[in-house]
Design a protein around this ligand. Structure first.
Ligand code: T46
Length: 150
């Protein structure tokens, strides 16, 4: 915590929002359904996923200006490091019924992928390179300008 400009105590911690998706299980196994504006908190415009991530590789190292996403490791596990420009936090995604909400103004690193990891991402916008902030100093400047540390 630190003193905000208004004199109020300002919480600098990274806000973590995770979801436990409902599992529809029976003797055949388990099914999870993801629906926009229901258990996913936005309208879905895009889904992508990454797999075959090589040992020791970390991905990400960027933030977004406006994109909102939900990350789900549907197989295996990986760790997500979130950085709001002031504080860092880590979330382990290690089960397919767990989702992590990722707001735009977070510098993110995906790391510690297990060999079998499949990381699926649901996004509220189509792919747009102009929405990326790929330089950490630019990210810090963006956070200062917008006052949008999460
Ligand atoms: C994010 C994290 C969690 C596309 O052509 N379309 C797409 O929808 C995406 C996501 C990527 N690409 C291309 C762009 C690059 O040539 O695929 C290549 C790899 O993308 P990038 O290096 O940005 O991937 P990551 O794993 O570092 O980051 C991705 C997302 O790009 C990003 O939005 O938040 O996953």
């Amino acid at each position: 915590m630190e003193q905000g400009r208004s004199g109020n105590r300002k919480d600098t911690r990274v806000e973590i929002t995770t979801f436990d998706f409902e599992e529809h299980g029976d003797e055949r196994g388990i099914l999870i359904s993801l629906e926009e504006n229901k258990n996913i908190p936005f309208t879905l415009r895009r889904c992508y996923f990454m797999y075959n991530t090589q040992p020791g590789v970390s991905r990400g190292f960027h933030a977004h200006k406006t994109l909102r996403q939900v990350l789900i490791c549907v197989r295996g596990q990986c760790r997500i490091i979130l950085d709001n420009g002031r504080e860092k936090a880590e979330v382990l995604l290690d089960r397919p019924n767990k989702g992590l909400y990722l707001s735009s103004n977070i510098w993110r690193v995906m790391t510690d992928f297990s060999e079998d990891a499949v990381l699926m991402v649901l996004a509220d916008q189509l792919y747009d390179e102009a929405d990326y902030i790929r330089n950490y100093d630019d990210f810090l400047a963006w956070v200062r300008e917008t006052g949008e540390e999460a």
